[in-house]
Design a binder for this molecule. Sequence first.
Ligand code: SF4
Length: 305
Amino acid sequence: MDAARLASRVNLLGPWLRRVMGGPARKISLDPGLGCPHRPEGVGPGGCLYCPPGGSGPGRGGTLSEQLEHGLDRLRARRGPTPRALAYFQAYTATNAPAQVLEPLFMEVARHPAVAGIIVATRPDCLPPATWELLAELARRRPLWLELGLQSAHDATLTRINRGHDVACFDQALAQAHARGLRVVAHVILGLPGEDMGHTNATARHLAQGGVWGVKLHNLMVLAGAPLAHEHRAGGLALWNQEEYARAAAAFLARLPRRVLVHRLAADPGPDRLLAPGWAADKDAVLRAIAQAMEEDNLRQGDLA
Ligand code: SF4
């Protein structure tokens, strides 16, 4: 119901998947065990402020092929014998290795007959030339998109959240992707420290001008073990309430061209990881609030693009 309310105003990923893949497709989250160059476990300078110890999408362990088969078994149990699977290299930074190390990992997955598409999530500063060539080759074998973290189009904010790269770095990666015909989904967080709707609207305009293929949004969350949890405990952190997030998301979407695919509007942090804000635990309520904000302001995606 909420999805239908949103779908009438927002260009959501689900209908695109059904059109292009001939039916619903489901993600299988994979962890190739590459870690993240920006995290403290390696040589990184402490990680992004909001990133918990497990990273953005910790895997379940086992080899890549075991992870894939386990995910396919679960899909078959729920969706029937021939599910359409999207292999999602989600954990940490999926290109954090030389291309010759990545190549067998990516190709093993691309060769699997049940894999209908591939998603690679990474940082814009972790894409050397040989990796771009590998991604382009992969995209010739399967539909593929890159998820690139930007979070905000404001350098001061990126410094504040310790992203370790600037906006220009993201823009350069986007240009590299476009030069090879690769699709890019930008990851954005609304409600970052020091930001208001003026900032988030400017981020939407920046992405619209850059020509991203898709966006993923969620609100700023405090997750257990993340550096942000210390600030939260000390009491100095102002988090948006649900209505503020919904209004900002509606305004953000209005500034994106209608062609941009919206992959996500609310996160699924899991009750054991989420410290604040409590409202973010109810994803359906968040989607409902965004639909309501768009209806009340009579906004559709692209209205202010
Ligand atoms: S959010 Fe991503 S890039 Fe940032 S520290 Fe975590 S895994 Fe690394």
